[in-house]
Design a protein around this ligand. Structure first.
Ligand SMILES: [Zn+2]
Length: 280
């Protein structure tokens, strides 16, 4: 088999320690692992433990143990160190704050005091699904130099602009700002950066060349492309994996506890049997 020699390839595994990894995560991480390997590249393990209320060290230890059991190896990470340490987001807050201040000073953000409930209430149509509701623009006129107390900061999307990229798996993608996704939170009022900001800052700082993740994050990708642009950074390539579904067609989620790697392992499933299920 031909091996694409691209030693500059840098991929990443970026799990959140908010529960045990399940089959769906494992498949995505396996694909990320195989893509890095087929490029003779480097794989980075990053612990996305930003949310102190939901992240638990027991899950952080378990995700490393479970992925090693599955047969994954990585060349940089919280367990082995590397040139871009630290590899846990909770230890990288100063970097996110710097990017946030850059965005805020450039006028890309506005302070917003809406709760999620407020946003839902202001929508004209009932909101469905788990995608973030489109922000109705309530606080867009707020003065950034005089933010109300307890405001979070939202990115103002360019209404009507088509944001496009070519996905490594799904091909050409096109989403309209303000229609498919709206103004999104970049910095929370409890001092924690949003997922979108932290991931962009880290993927850039860790020189990631390709992001492999689940197709549920396609809309996150276009938000992140706007952040890359606003921060004058070059985005990596993207490869989104179709999501695994159960026999009834329902997406696998963390609530499927029986499908955690731990449970499958205790039922006698071997890593080889699991990996054989993972081919795209
Ligand atoms: Zn608001």
């Amino acid at each position: 088999m031909d091996r694409i020699t691209d030693s500059k390839y840098r991929g990443r595994l970026a799990p959140s320690p908010t529960g045990y990894l399940h089959l769906g995560h494992a498949r995505t991480f396996w694909i990320a692992h195989e893509r890095a390997r087929s490029h003779s590249g480097t794989l980075v393990f990053r612990n996305e433990d930003l949310d102190p209320a939901r992240s638990k060290s027991i899950f952080a230890d378990a995700m490393i143990e479970d992925l090693r059991w599955l047969g994954l190896t990585w060349q940089e990470g919280p367990d082995i160190g590397g040139p871009f340490a630290p590899y846990a987001q909770s230890q990288r807050l100063a970097l996110y704050r710097k990017a946030f201040e850059q965005l805020r000073n450039s006028g890309a953000l506005f302070p917003c005091t809406c709760s999620r409930k407020d946003v839902l209430r202001a929508l004209q149509a009932p909101h469905q699904g788990d995608e973030e509701p489109i922000y109705p623009g309530t606080c867009r006129q707020n003065d950034p130099s005089n933010p109300p107390p307890n405001a979070h900061w939202r990115f103002r999307v360019p209404d009507g602009e088509a944001i496009e990229f070519v996905d490594g798996f799904f091909g050409q993608q096109r989403f309209i700002a303000g229609r498919d996704f709206g103004d999104f939170v970049v910095w929370r009022n409890d001092g924690i950066p949003s997922y979108q900001l932290a991931v962009v800052v880290d993927d850039d700082a860790m020189q990631i060349t390709e992001v492999v993740r689940g197709a549920d994050l396609l809309l996150s990708t276009v938000r992140q492309l706007l952040l890359y642009r606003a921060l004058s950074l070059n985005p990596p390539a993207f490869f989104h994996c179709p999501l695994l579904t159960d026999s009834s067609g329902t997406r696998l989620a963390k609530r499927h506890d029986a499908l955690s790697l731990r449970a499958l392992r205790s039922q006698g499933m071997t890593p080889e049997e699991l990996r054989n299920k993972f081919a795209l």
